[in-house]
Write a new protein. Sequence first.
Length: 126
Amino acid sequence: MRALISIVIALVIAFGIYRLYLTRVQPEGHGTAPTQAITITGVQNDLLAIAQAERLYLAEHGSYASLEELISSGALLMQKPGREGYTYSVETSANSFTVTARYSGPPGQRYPTLAIDQTMQIRRLE
């Protein structure tokens, strides 16, 4: 009988630890950690591609371009200006550009706003 009670107590403790782990890894209403990581990695790759296209466009035309101009000129091969709730925008000046990725998906999700500029460094804005 003592052995059975010990096993039940051990299972309850193990379940409690497992449950605590899941609530930290997957907070309710905030998406799953692996899904969020995959999305953010994809967005970072898109930002790098857009920044590379800006560099190419600058070398060919002597100025930076909007996202639409990059796509229409062939400097950037992108079907749509966004990914899984993120939308991309480009701000340019004579000697700089900033590409920003803002999350505008379902409310309650906590995804960061990311940006890249001519330094080719991705940074979080929020």
